[in-house]
Ligand binder design. Structure first.
Ligand SMILES: *[C@@H]1O[C@H](CO)[C@@H](O)[C@H](O)[C@H]1NC(C)=O
Ligand SMILES: *[C@@H]1O[C@H](CO)[C@@H](O)[C@H](O)[C@H]1NC(C)=O
Ligand SMILES: *[C@@H]1O[C@H](CO)[C@@H](O)[C@H](O)[C@H]1NC(C)=O
Ligand SMILES: *[C@@H]1O[C@H](CO)[C@@H](O)[C@H](O)[C@H]1NC(C)=O
Length: 437
């Protein structure tokens, strides 16, 4: 018995030893892993940037393509979002702006006269010119046109999600299938704006001339640039908040069903109708910017809620519009824009890259439409926005869902918390927060 007993003890001891060994090896491995892992804060960065600091506005450099001839008509768009002495970047003009001198540096971005005169490749060159002029602490180069309107805080937030030390090309397609078909579904449209990470631009800068020569007969500078980016093995990362707005007419249907994604840009506001029907284009943009200043992450975010006693659906596009339907519509339907607008080019079928709803004269389908009118000073982390009716619907009540007319409602007050949306909390719980007037 004794020998077998001692082997048992031996075995036990050996077993313990192995366990201890395995355990300490694991511990050591974890320690080594932590020490040598590529957690961003553990790496010494070779760029000018420190990844332990989240991306902020000083890490972005804007390159805006513009023309001296039309600058007077376009500068309002740039001035609506440009923050003098805060935003970094340049206006790239086609020729010296002699008639605009002295340049108003207190309100407008500094200008550069583009090196390339060929309009087709000007934007591709502007990326590299911006790079050569501004490198310190840059994480992103954001390219746009003179009629692009950016929502800068949202842009900083969204770009901050990406690792700026890698190659990234972030932008969005056109709303129109034909434009994407011609320009390329892989291209970030320049009017909506797009962003390139620092290392990608650094790599582009090395071979730009060669690359431009290879692709200069492309569809336009956006296409030339995309071709050069593709040569580096990089494809477009789509961000739904960039808007080329290849739409005409009344784009309120589009802006009332914005995707659940922070709005990053608007474009072509001079070819669409004024976005607020009671204001001109210039004042409409300023009006939207007032809401943006109060709570930019929530701007145009759609919230739907239901009032059971009347069978009504409320659909609010925060800071822009509010709709009341006299029947119950699920979010999957409300997410589709009402086709109040036209495509850039008539006749193409199907016209858009998203589903739409056709405008309806049916009392159960046609919404009562209200537009953002005013707001109160934010207090206690909350803000009240008011939406007022601009016209009577001129339809009877929806009898199928109880015949409750909303004709007498003239104002809607929306109380909302200010701050970041996390996807879930982004639905305002309705009837404590919506006050009808
Ligand atoms: C932006 O981040 C940098 C670090 O990269 C920091 O030095 C700077 O103070 C920040 N600026 C703002 C406005 O937060
Ligand atoms: C921007 O900075 C310059 C000097 O650096 C100053 O003269 C100018 O007043 C500033 N502009 C604004 C709008 O703060
Ligand atoms: C709401 O509409 C449904 C039919 O869609 C109807 O059965 C119900 O009675 C209505 N509710 C009210 C409060 O009228
Ligand atoms: C609906 O209400 C209106 C008055 O608001 C009334 O004239 C009409 O007869 C009602 N229709 C039905 C189907 O109840």
């Amino acid at each position: 018995m004794a020998p077998s007993n001692s082997t048992a003890i031996h075995q036990k001891l050996r077993c313990r030893f192995y366990k201890l060994f395995v355990l300490s090896a694991l511990l050591l491995y974890i320690i080594i892993y932590i020490v040598t892992s590529n957690h961003p804060c553990c790496q010494s960065s070779t760029l000018f940037t420190d990844p332990c600091f989240p991306t902020n506005i000083t890490h972005l450099v804007f390159g805006i393509s513009a023309s001296s001839n039309t600058w007077n008509d376009k500068k309002h768009y740039v001035e609506s979002w440009w923050r003098p002495n805060i935003t970094r970047g340049f206006l790239f003009l086609d020729r010296p702006p002699t008639e605009h001198l002295p340049w108003p540096s207190a309100v407008d971005p500094p200008f550069k006269v583009s090196e390339g005169h060929d309009n087709g490749v000007r934007m591709a060159r502007a990326v590299v010119e911006a790079f050569r002029a501004e490198k310190r602490g840059v994480r992103w180069y954001v390219m746009a046109e003179d009629d692009t309107v950016f929502f800068v805080n949202n842009l900083v937030e969204v770009l901050g999600k990406y690792d700026h030390r890698k190659y990234y090309y972030v932008g969005m397609n056109s709303e129109c299938i034909v434009a994407n078909w011609e320009g390329g579904f892989g291209m970030g449209f320049g009017g909506g704006g797009y962003a390139l990470s620092y290392p990608l631009v650094e790599a582009l800068a090395e071979n730009l001339d060669l690359c431009i020569r290879r692709y200069e007969y492309g569809y336009g500078s956006g296409h030339v640039l995309q071709s050069c980016v593709a040569d580096l093995g990089v494809s477009l990362t789509l961000e739904k908040g960039f808007h080329q707005i290849d739409l005409r007419g009344d784009i309120s249907g589009f802006l009332s069903s914005h995707p659940q994604s922070p709005i990053l840009s608007l474009h072509h506001l001079d070819t669409a109708n004024p976005i607020f029907p009671s204001l001109n284009r210039h004042d409409s943009l300023n009006h939207l910017m007032k809401a943006a200043q109060a709570d930019e992450p929530r701007l145009l975010q759609q919230t739907n809620c239901y009032h059971k006693p009347t069978n009504w659906t409320f659909s609010i596009s925060w800071g822009y519009s509010a709709h009341i339907y006299e029947s119950i519509f699920p979010p999957s339907i409300l997410q589709r824009p009402i086709e109040t607008f036209l495509p850039w080019k008539k006749g193409a079928m199907p016209p858009f890259v998203f589903n739409t709803r056709l405008p309806s004269k049916h009392p159960c389908e046609a919404p009562h439409v209200f537009f953002f009118d005013s707001m109160e000073e934010p207090i206690g982390g909350r803000v009240i926005t008011r939406y007022v009716r601009r016209w009577q619907r001129q339809l009877p009540a929806c009898s199928e869902s109880g015949n409750y007319s909303a004709d007498h409602i003239s104002k809607i007050h929306v109380v909302s918390p200010i701050g970041k949306l996390d996807g879930v909390s982004n639905s305002l719980s309705c009837f404590t927060n919506v006050v009808l007037g």
